[in-house]
Design a protein around this ligand. Sequence first.
Ligand code: ING
Length: 301
Amino acid sequence: MRMINVAAAQMGPIQRAEGRDVVVRRMLALMDEAKAKGADLIVYPELALTTFFPRWYMENRADADGWFEREMPNDAVRPLFDRAARHEIAMSFGYAELTPDGHHFNTAILTDRTGNIVGKYRKIHLPGHAEFDPERTHQHLEKRYFEPGDLGFPVWRNLGGIMGMAVCNDRRWPETYRVMGLQGVEMVLIGYNTPSVNAQKGDEGPEKRLFHNRLSAQAGAYQNSCWVIAVAKAGDEDGHRLIGGSIIVNPDGEIVTEAKTEDDELLVHPCDLDATAFGKETIFNFAAHRRTEHYGLITSR
Ligand code: ING
């Protein structure tokens, strides 16, 4: 048994006017609760420090740079790193990254129990569009504000297991999980900010969105025999609602716990990394069963 007590720290809405100091205080409260409940790892959402700003069109992209972090850690988030080290809890959270040479990414980091960053991932599947789209009920301008990630889908050894990360839309693409699965991933950490309604399809509401959220995470977990921790930023941000539905999915593809609210809500579940072994050794023994000579289209088209 290699147990990790995982805390999925769903966050409620962050209003456009809400400062990082207020948000970090909410994240610290969730971390203290996680510690009290014996967590070894806490997973926060995508863009955990700010509102989901890609919903706002800025003519001049540089006007959005205020939503980005120029270094990590930095003064705004240092209390998180200090508290995590004191609690000896590893953590993962998403944020908008502006690199010293001027590149913009939708990024997530992973630390060990001492607050050291051991892994960084930059979102590869950017949904939405780059220019203002008058046809949409709301804008989703991730292609305007971010570049596709340039780090691939790496995995890292942490807390005695093999961990990977993905961000939001990545979870809908089977390639995301499979590339990490081929590296032996045992636990995938995924933050998301998912609008409750489809900007292009009026009749697709939160129920369908929650169904696709579960479907994507359950499929990824089952087909790669790994744990999937999917954590929402949820609720009404300046009139724009995001789904909740944070879940922890076991290597059999079963949801073992699910958030009930659209607010700050902590889920804690004991995850045995050894529970990934049976699937990896039998039905999803990639070396024994995959026939890559037939898969060329996946990378060539
Ligand atoms: N949000 C949404 C997501 O992928 C989306 C965008 C929703 C795309 C539903 C397609 C269907 O969950 C982010 N931030 O990617």
